[in-house]
Design a protein around this ligand. Sequence first.
Ligand code: NDP
Length: 310
Amino acid sequence: MDKNTTKCLIIGSGPAGYTAAIYAARAALEPVLYEGLQPGGQLTTTTVIENFPGYPDGIDANQLMSDMRAQAVNLGADVRSGMVTSVDLSKRPFAVTVDDGKTIMAETLIIATGATAKYLGLPSEEKFRGFGVSACATCDGFFYRGKDVAVVGGGDTACEEATYLAHLCKKVYMIVRRNVLRASKAMQERVMQTPNIEILWECQTREVLGDASGVTGVRLVRKSGEEFEKPIDGFFLAIGHHPQSDLFKEWIETDENGYIVTDGKSSRTSVEGVFAAGDVQDPQYRQAIAAAGSGCRAALDAERYILSRQ
Ligand code: NDP
């Protein structure tokens, strides 16, 4: 291998990327990791994490990510700030160009670029993000026990989040812009059978209301033009995610929603030597711990791939 070729290049700095870096460093792959636009990934948009094992009292999300980063660095990973702007996966070693103009050659590539939740784009939604506005019921639902909340969306995610929240909250409103749900029949039935979920059909959000304590309500508009308000404490977005796979689509297989397709339980993509981990390949679980686990798998797959070629 050319001495200018990195054995393992990791793109992305969420739980998947850092865990891959930890494992790859311990396997003497001397990994280089590019952090991307949002070092620490999606978790850095939330506050306390109570469901990451090992923290009996929960942990601040930014602290968790900076600990993961420090662990990767302490083990020898070369963590760099910078955005990957293009890749050439047509031959090995792969060529990866970064926004400082540098091109890195890599024997294996681990894509851990994550996904971003879609938001409505309202200024009030932005204002209360992390203070009652969330795009992850599993992460933040616990803080709304016994309270009233709203979930925007009518797809499988919205139905899943609404039923999850219904176990914790007094009342869950689903804000649905059409007169039908997009979700699968099974999920629709689950919602219909949950007594404390109320669907607000043909409604759109005008404004998230709040004060210094956080979200206090939502102003909605019906298709007829009538406006009304509902008092709530939590406002959950479930209108879809966008996997950060655009850079790679030309080279590797993605599904109809843009998620990178991996082979069975492995992290192998359609290009030999390229592995994917975390939310960029996972439309289902989208949890930090699940992403960390898949980052571990990707590093082990990369290590085995390199060993198999020696
Ligand atoms: P979807 O794209 O399936 O659904 C998005 C929902 O949000 C739709 O109801 C859509 O309305 C609504 N929406 C979109 N934009 C807006 C907006 N600006 N204002 C108001 N409402 C809006 O996304 P999901 O995340 O639900 O699902 C993504 C994929 O993952 C799907 O294939 C789904 O089946 C799958 N999935 C599977 C699960 C499972 O099997 N357990 C769990 C979760 C997801 P409209 O219908 O009017 O377009």
